[in-house]
Design a binder for this molecule. Structure first.
Ligand code: SF4
Ligand code: SF4
Length: 430
């Protein structure tokens, strides 16, 4: 069994995982908010069902691990259930605890990736560049059957779902950037913006420099979310400690990131350090988390500084990243910015806050279910006649871009940073 947290931070305070899951009264109020329950009608794929499975596991009363694994592995981790729940039962953390209890050993590939990210981020960047080179030449497409044959279908799906293959990552693009002595903010580079969508990272820094004053590139390690959700807690903790130490060395300015999944995780670092012997680290994690901001919060606060109506003409809508709207409660701020720039061209689509099916690695592992959720999302965008869908997490960006290519090529997807940066550029006439 993999290490589990054992204790969680809930709305009622710190609780054992068992006490946290016992807060579920089985009322079922969350059921219709759960995308996997709505799509399948299967109680075991609902928040209430998943809670009961983990509770039975903790009580030693559930022996059918295949059933439990299917129920827990198909959870998107979107957190829509907790938003709907009056008791704010932390279903995502409970599900992750259940997965850790079921897991023998972490998949060797996940462990390897996490270890390389910890020990040698530069080697990780080089490996990605090699992979992207193969993608650019079309060779990776030929290699997909081989990847599937050797038990790595996730890598084949990743290659298939992603259209990006930048050979220059954000570190390369920011090499000449001079960090000011007293920066207005520190930019936290999530792996998605750093390696796959460096154009998002450059857009974020350009927009923040304009709105907040010149900031600094933090040059941080990975946040540890991959290890937390799919790997070993010890790896997630190691990365969290590195990030905390790194940020402490660099002053006390706000730390701003542009992938809502990573940002939401950074804000939960204290939960990694609940053991009595980790008290000192917990205090440092609390101080670190208090500095962390999602860039879309900033765009909302600075909306009045954005140029009015400069992107009018293309019907523009907004897709909420689950990790922004649910655990972080960010809903109005990005819309304020998008409406300011798009003017009368802004439109809401139905189900804007419903998961698109990307959800980290979910889209690569549960392709059929993910595709069903994606079709609904794209259908809603098409019904709103949107030509542009904005969002705030790179996982959503991969998924939306794939869905639009497949089902609605009239529209495209952008990160809100790209939209805001484009508007600011227009203001300067560049
Ligand atoms: S998670 Fe909350 S809303 Fe859902 S069944 Fe349990 S108590 Fe009810
Ligand atoms: S996190 Fe999302 S998919 Fe998982 S149980 Fe909650 S609503 Fe359903």
């Amino acid at each position: 069994m993999a290490e589990s947290l054992g204790r969680l931070i809930t709305d009622l305070g710190e609780r054992s995982t068992y006490d946290a899951v016992s807060q579920c009264s089985r009322c079922g109020y969350c059921e219709q908010a759960c995308p996997t329950y709505v799509a399948t009608g299967d109680e075991s794929k609902s928040p209430r069902g998943r809670n009961q499975i983990v509770r039975l596991m903790l009580e030693g009363k559930l022996n059918d691990t295949t059933y439990a694994l299917e129920a827990l592995s198909t959870c998107l981790g979107c957190g829509a259930c907790t938003t709907a729940c009056y008791a704010k039962v932390p279903v995502v953390d409970i599900v992750l605890e259940g997965r850790r209890m079921l897991k023998g050993e972490t998949h060797w590939l996940v462990r390897k990736i996490c270890r390389v990210m910890i020990a040698s981020p530069k080697s990780f960047a080089v490996l990605l560049k090699i992979g992207f080179f193969f993608k650019k030449t079309g060779l990776s497409k030929l290699g997909r059957p081989l990847l599937r044959a050797v038990g790595l279908p996730v890598l084949a799906a990743m290659d298939e779902h992603t259209n990006e293959a930048p050979l220059r990552n954000l570190d390369d693009l920011t090499k000449k950037r001079k960090n000011p002595e007293t920066p207005a903010y520190r930019y936290f580079a999530p792996c998605g913006s750093r390696y796959l969508y460096p154009r998002v990272g450059t857009a974020t820094m350009f927009a923040l420099d304009e709105l907040k004053g010149k900031g600094a590139y933090l040059n941080n390690p990975c946040c540890g979310l991959l290890a937390h959700n799919y790997g070993e807690l010890s790896d997630a903790r190691e990365l969290a400690k590195k990030n905390i130490e790194h940020a402490e060395k660099n002053g006390a300015e706000p730390i701003i990131g542009d992938c809502s999944s990573c940002v939401a995780f950074l804000k939960t670092y204290p939960q990694l350090f609940l053991k009595p012997e980790d008290a000192a680290w917990r205090a440092r994690a609390v101080a670190f988390a208090a500095r962390v901001r999602d860039v879309i919060e900033i765009y909302g606060e600075c909306a009045d500084q954005l140029p009015l109506n400069v992107a009018a003409g293309v019907a523009t809508t907004y897709h909420d990243s689950c990790r922004a709207i649910n655990p972080q409660g960010i809903k109005d701020q990005p819309r304020r910015a998008a409406k300011r720039v798009a003017g009368g061209s802004y439109c809401e689509m139905a189900g804007a806050d419903a998961c698109c099916g990307g959800a980290g690695a979910f889209g690569f592992v549960h392709e059929e279910l993910s595709d069903e959720l994606l079709k609904t999302k794209v259908g809603n965008a098409a019904a709103a006649q949107a030509g542009l869908i904005l969002t705030s997490s790179t996982s959503c960006l991969i998924q939306l871009a794939r869905g639009l290519r497949k089902y609605y090529p009239d529209a495209k997807a952008l990160h809100l940073s790209e939209f805001v940066a484009g508007a600011l550029e227009k203001k300067h006439g560049t």
